[in-house]
Design a protein around this ligand. Structure first.
Ligand code: CU
Length: 117
């Protein structure tokens, strides 16, 4: 009976996602992620989806961009990536950041509603 309980608990943790489980129970792991913000140019919900998708590099656990403040909040593992790499990726998707600007070629391909310049 006890074994069955352990199996159920184990399956439940897998269902929750190993990352969520680790974050809830391993405080040292929580401290190893960092959340930083970066200004990213854009307009609409389509931009939001594009920016957030581009920002999700390996090591990035959360990326959220606000259409109001134009700020991208990135939660990442500093051992795996950094804000500069995220910025480069976002710029490559067509959105200017503080440090890295999108090339004209990429920018020109954005849909009309997304032209922020
Ligand atoms: Cu847009």
């Amino acid at each position: 009976m006890k074994t069955l309980k352990i199996i159920i608990v184990a399956l439940f943790s897998i269902a929750l996602g190993s990352n969520a489980y680790a974050q809830m129970h391993d405080h040292s792991k929580m401290a190893s992620t960092k959340t930083e913000t970066l200004k990213v140019s854009g307009n609409c919900e389509m931009c939001k989806a594009r920016i957030e998708k581009a920002a999700k590099l390996d090591g990035v656990s959360k990326a959220e961009w606000s259409t109001k403040t134009k700020m991208l909040s990135v939660t990442f593992d500093p051992a795996k990536t950094n804000l500069e790499q995220v910025g480069k990726k976002v710029a490559a998707a067509g959105h200017d950041t503080e440090k890295v600007k999108a090339t004209d070629a990429v920018y020109d391909k954005l849909p009309g509603c997304c032209k922020y310049r």
